[in-house]
Ligand binder design. Sequence first.
Ligand code: PHE
Ligand code: ZN
Length: 881
Amino acid sequence: MKTETGVAAKIIYLKDYQAPHYTLEHTELHFELLGDYTEVSAELRFKRALTAPKEAVLTLLGADLELLSVAWSGQLLSANDWQWQDEKWQFAGAGEGGVLSTKVRIYPDQNLALEGLYRSHGLYCTQCEAEGFRKITLYPDRPDVLSTFRTTIVADKASCPVLLSNGNCVATGDSENGRHWATWEDPHPKPSYLFALVAGDLAVLRDSFTTVSGREVALEIYTAEVDQDKCDHAMRSLQAAMRWDEERYGCEYDLDRYMIVAVSHFNMGAMENKGLNVFNTSCVLAHPATTTDAGFQRVEAVVAHEYFHNWSGNRVTCRDWFQLCLKEGFTVFRDQQFSADQLSAVVQRLEDVAFLQTHQFAEDAGPLAHAVRPESFVEINNFYTLTIYEKGAEIARMLHTFLGADGFRRGSDHYFKTYDGQAAIVEDFLNSMAVANGLDAGAFVSQWLRWYRQPGTPVVSVNSVWQKDIQRLTLTLTQTQSSKSSSTPESLPIPVRLGFIGKEGELSTSLNGVTANEHLLVLEQAEQSWQFDDVSQVPVLSLFRDFSAPVRVKAEFGDADLAQLIRLDSNSFNRWSASYALATREILALAEQYRSGDLRAHQPQESALAAAIAEVWSELAASDPALAAKMLQLPSLAYLSDQVACYDPEALQRARESVLLQVIAPLQSALGTVLAKQEMLKPYVYSAQAIAARSVEAVALDGLARLQSGAAAAIAQHWLKEAPHMSAEQAALTTLVHHQLPGADDALQAFYARWKHEPLVLDQWFATQASAPQAETRERVEALLAHSDFDATVPNRVRAVIGQFANNNPVAFHDAEGRGYGLIAKQLLAIDARNPQLASRLAGAFGIWQKLDESRQAHILRELDGLLSGDLSSDTRETLS
Ligand code: PHE
Ligand code: ZN
């Protein structure tokens, strides 16, 4: 691999980890924010580590810095006194320790990568994870060096009335020339990636929270003045998260203040800097008029996620970036649990699982596959992946299933207590889980560690034999690891929650003398068998309930078996997953017929899925509307593409539409009944019930658009006219545009005129068009890229247009002529020059290439060769290579 300068890119290995030779006792920072540039002075008090050799060298990191001066314990140094290569600055004269004073100049206005200190639209803000702090000052920028911080910010008072950093504000004052300053002190030792600074003209919403031990915490949400009316939901979510973490994990907040700042230019969702979270506006602002249900839920989840990091990530941090899953996987699991408690647990779970199966499974099966704890990396920014986050969360969930809620809590208590203030590794987490539950730690850690070390998605094969005469069922499970796995894959501990579904419903059975409707097995060997007694009839197995392990299941289910689960399983998640499996099967079979030119395929065959759904749907729409809505959302092309060896987007799309039509055709009157309720036109309430009612109506409208487009268009227009909130407006607009119904263009124009002043709504407007599933969308996207409101420096806008097209519009992206790829490649090159992190993420859209037909592969490879032969960042180069 090559970097932009042509030298071989450096691969960093976990096995090479070395503890720092110098620890840092305290960090003192002084920022002079001056219009064109910024000067940063730092005083760092170092001490040689007890374990370090006498001749230890002090190694700091610095990138894109103009070094103005360096002094060691008061003595000025010159360039001869140190070595500075690539990003490494080394000083051999540090002895037992001392104070390093540095002064550097940086240029926040020119920083379009949005890493380090940057200024956009007048607002200064920082993003330091993972390695951004080295762009602010020379520093031991690694997560295992923790120190207390004292930060002074000096800036122009008129343009930057608000000056924020981590911790508590201890002093403020005015200085000359209309400038002012503020000093912040963070008493909790932290690594540099959790540092934050914000300066600008912001308004604030204040509230408070009283912790379980009675301490009053000031809560503040900073935004542009015009967005202050969109902060209530984030504030309520924050308070709910704070209470929840006390109750569920015994985690109490530890500073007097908790601040959230909304910024419009941000590469990711949000960042958990200690006491001063920085958020993408899309993850904090919410108002019924401008935000959909999905948007509200995202805000709630991300606010909670960042808050939960205060313990899982900040109080206990990561020793090195190989341990990223330690904070991210665990925290995602925590935010998933929280969201499940706020709204509908089943809907939360099936959305999380569909997301994992669609995107993480594909990542694990493609060229970018890696372990949850990888052994090596080139560019750490490329490792903020679905595998680390989502699969990491599934591992935490399996531990929770395996140990039980109380056992898991004992383990997390032990972990937070033992490693508080430290930088930990995955083994520490597993060790706590074992020790707190009286298990053999050595065996437990080595067994569970396999989940973190082996890439690829395990496959579990199922075989069951029922003996009528003795009413016994013998279940045999076999696990195999994908070929992506390490050379000698080892068996994983796989929790299997299962039940048995008979002709009339759930059966109770006995395992080792325990009689129950549901059993928990742990598959630990390559192959294992279990005997269930009192099995009175041949059952259908309801396996991996609530998706108890992130595996692919190979089982010989007949259509009738899956239909039986859809009708009768007591586990709602598995009812849904059976419908998903049956839909997948029917769509793939039909697509195969299209591909082989079998003309009988034009005569719709009996659909077992349609029959099963027809039987339950009306009742379900009344009793569990959220689940009813989900049952009609057939697997996406992205999901289906992961299920096939050869991906033919056209055939799959056609087959999917055909099956969908079969499913909804018998439901026409049921859809009418749902739509007649007009829940969509009631005032906005954020509750599980209200969201479920709206979601089933939105799905019903989408279904109706396929059966009676005129009637659907009329309803959509009615919603647009009467819409009391964005959920109705967006559902109506999407239906009109995606089904190309009459009036779609006028509706787009009217929507634009109404919302052009709201960036987040405008993002939706762009995204709705860029994801319209027709070939013509490519031309529309070309036009959108030339639109006066398209701004390639705003990541949200780039994702709304380019990201939607590349990742959420397979029909147009996979244009047979390769024009979709060409469009994306051209955009990638332009974006990469400014913002490598953003470009690299978009480049992931090409990850599917190996599954495409030869002609599409050739188109993609041509584009990739073109890109790789030019100037590219190391981020994007690594992804594309
Ligand atoms: N740590 C952030 C989170 O998941 C994500 C992030 C990573 C943000 C890197 C910015 C840069 O909560
Ligand atoms: Zn996180």
